[in-house]
Design a binder for this molecule. Structure first.
Ligand code: FES
Length: 190
């Protein structure tokens, strides 16, 4: 009887041990899955196409250049409307660098663009810190440096009195030298 009781007690202990093992394995698995999801999910979100609120239309006085660095673009208020430029330098050697907005910079140069000689001159330029590519503020045109094309543009619209820019894979519009950027006229604003 005592042997039987000992045998039954041993079986219970083994069952408990097996359940404890299952529980520990399950907890570890759940932790691992949660970790993988936490690691991947923000990256997927960052890569996804999304519309970014670039602020109220009322904050864009003529000549305003607003940088939204975490989303990788500038919004420029021209006389005829708004345009969004990607802040990624089009030189991209060896890695794409982010161009900076230098409002105080004075610069003047003459450059041939698509067979047309163009004079660039004024104050306020986009300049790449890596190799010096310099882009015009109104058109994002390449004025100087080793890049071969203007800054890419991003879709921009005005809605409910706010400026919205679409970012994400494949959203940047690539232009050839001399091609004008797409401008969103302010007349379209509600
Ligand atoms: S990466 Fe911008 S000039 Fe080279």
């Amino acid at each position: 009887m005592a042997d039987y009781a000992r045998a039954g007690g041993g079986a219970r202990v083994r069952r408990r041990a097996v359940w404890a093992l299952f529980a520990a394995t399950g907890a570890l698995g759940a932790t691992g899955i949660a970790g993988v999801v936490a690691y991947l999910w923000p990256r997927r979100l960052r890569r996804a196409t999304r519309v970014v609120d670039a602020g109220p239309l009322g904050e864009y006085d003529p000549g305003t250049v607003r940088h939204v660095p975490e989303e990788g673009f500038f919004v420029v208020r021209r006389d005829d409307g708004l345009v969004a430029f990607s802040h990624t330098c089009t030189h991209g050697v060896p890695q794409p660098c982010a161009v900076a907005w230098l409002p105080e910079m004075e610069f003047s140069v003459e450059r041939e663009s698509s067979g047309v000689r163009k004079r660039f001159s004024g104050t306020g330029w986009f300049r790449c810190p890596c190799h010096g590519a310099t882009y015009d503020r109104a058109d994002g045109d390449l004025a100087f440096g080793p890049a071969s094309r203007p800054l890419d543009t991003l879709p921009l619209r005005t809605e409910d009195g706010r400026v919205r820019v679409t970012v994400g894979p494949g959203r940047a519009h690539r232009r050839d030298l001399g091609a004008p950027p797409p401008v969103t006229p302010l007349a379209r604003a509600p």
